[in-house]
Ligand binder design. Structure first.
Ligand SMILES: Cc1ncc(COP(=O)(O)O)c(C=O)c1O
Length: 426
């Protein structure tokens, strides 16, 4: 193909891309640099990133404070294993996270990706029961339209029918999916469902307030409270997967806080490092942690990713937390919410649009259906923005530092692109 840089022409056929049919997919766009809210392509085009690299770049790209922290750490110790030894960046970060997280989520188990943190959370919950002599409590309540990652434990708690992992039924552990309770009647039905299976259940896992990759669906804080209440009633551990929603995205630092709910285990990732480098964690309450304490090692948590607590990632995460303290991120989220409500409202009048919803710095345009997603993405590229629709939604999760003008451009471009799209100009 014309105009491809050497590294792309020679290397692209050796890379297996995510979520991609490699036979039919077009050539991915080569990105050569990032800064602020922009990604720069090899062609020189600068696109406003409407999705903050899958919800990660909350402070924008290349924030100097995060870069400086990584550079400092890079010269001292880029990596060291975490087995039997530990280090200052990890300990400082664990303490800060436990202070920041709600309730007594005080025990931080570091991981290298969100999916792995979900695996760890599930394992913690199962072993919590094992350590107390309950061998059969090893299944989970999961929820319709949920998405928790791509490793097999995480896949098992995704929606078994309506997720990209649906064809792995039979390979995956069978869990107990249920719809999210939204009313008192729903809650009664949910409670009955749990009561009938309680001997098999270790816990429940939920993406609080926003279900992301399963279709960008919202639920109210009340739903979360009801789930917490039913978990309490039956002694189930509640796992909150805040990998996408954590760190300000929904308007509070963590989505659970809007329901005043403290989970027993919380998974965090994505924006944890300001999106600069991969890191995640499963954070447990004191009660969960103490269930693993004994004189012998058989009740210890046997898990340890090679790159857990990577010092560069810890440094980046520490710097990201500094920015949450020193810069007005939550106030910015409020402004983004208002601007998204206004900016996306015109979509309501477009044919094929069935819903427009906004929560915090997440704006969603729900379509009846969306075919040729890549072509729509390409159209947006030509208009100067990076928007990557998923399933039947076109959504925005911009960097939280996006300016008013940039956001306006993002929204108006999203609307214009869809207008042209629905007029059949694809
Ligand atoms: C809610 C949620 N959980 C888990 C994951 C998996 O995280 P990772 O891609 O870092 O493995 C994601 C990723 O999008 C997510 O949105």
């Amino acid at each position: 193909m014309q105009n491809q840089p050497d590294w792309q022409r020679d290397g692209a056929r050796h890379v297996w891309m995510p979520y991609t049919q490699m036979k039919t997919a077009g050539v991915p766009w080569p990105v050569v640099a990032t800064d602020g809210v922009y990604v720069t392509l090899a062609s020189g085009e600068r696109l406003i990133d409407g999705v903050a690299s899958w919800w990660t770049a909350c402070h924008g790209y290349n924030h100097p404070h995060i870069i400086a922290a990584i550079e400092r750490q890079l010269k001292i110790m880029p990596h060291v294993m975490f087995g039997g030894i530990h280090h200052e960046p990890a300990l400082r970060l664990a303490k800060r996270l436990s202070q920041l997280l709600p309730g007594d989520l005080n025990h931080v188990f570091f991981a290298d990706s969100g999916s792995v943190s979900v695996e760890i959370a599930l394992k913690m919950a199962v072993q919590y029961w094992l350590n107390q002599g309950f061998a059969g409590r090893n299944r989970f309540i999961s929820f319709e339209n949920s998405y928790h990652g791509d490793t097999s434990g995480a896949m098992s708690v995704c929606d078994p029918d309506n997720s990209m992992h649906a064809h792995f039924k039979g390979f995956l552990l069978e869990q107990y999916p249920h719809k999210i309770p939204r009313t008192a009647t729903d809650c009664q039905a949910f409670e009955k469902f749990v009561a009938e299976r309680v001997d098999r259940l270790a816990g429940a896992i939920i993406e609080p307030l926003i279900q992301g990759a399963g279709g960008m669906r919202f639920h109210n804080p009340e739903s979360l409270s009801m789930i917490r209440q039913v978990c309490n009633q039956h002694g189930l551990l509640l796992i909150a997967d805040e990998i996408a929603t954590g760190f300000g995205r929904t308007g509070t630092m963590f989505a659970c806080q809007q329901a005043d709910v403290v989970p027993d285990i919380m998974c965090i990732g994505k924006s944890l490092t300001g999106g600069a480098i991969g890191m995640a964690a499963a954070v447990a309450t004191t009660g969960v942690f103490e269930a693993f304490l004994a004189e012998d090692t058989s009740s210890a948590l046997m898990h340890g990713p090679t790159f857990m607590a990577n010092p560069l990632a810890c440094a980046a995460a520490g710097a990201s937390l500094d920015l949450f303290e020193t810069e007005p991120r939550l106030a910015q989220v409020q402004k983004i919410e208002t601007a998204l409500r206004q900016g996306l409202a015109p979509c309501r009048d477009l044919p094929g649009v069935v819903d427009v919803r906004v929560l915090g710095a997440v704006g969603v345009v729900q379509l009846q259906q969306l075919e040729h997603r890549e072509k729509l993405m390409e159209k947006y590229r030509q208009l100067g923005v990076l928007i990557r629709p998923t399933k039947d939604v076109v959504y925005l999760t911009p960097p939280l530092v996006i300016s008013e003008n940039q956001l306006q451009k993002l929204c108006s471009t999203l609307v214009f692109g869809l207008q042209e799209w629905s007029a059949g100009d694809e």
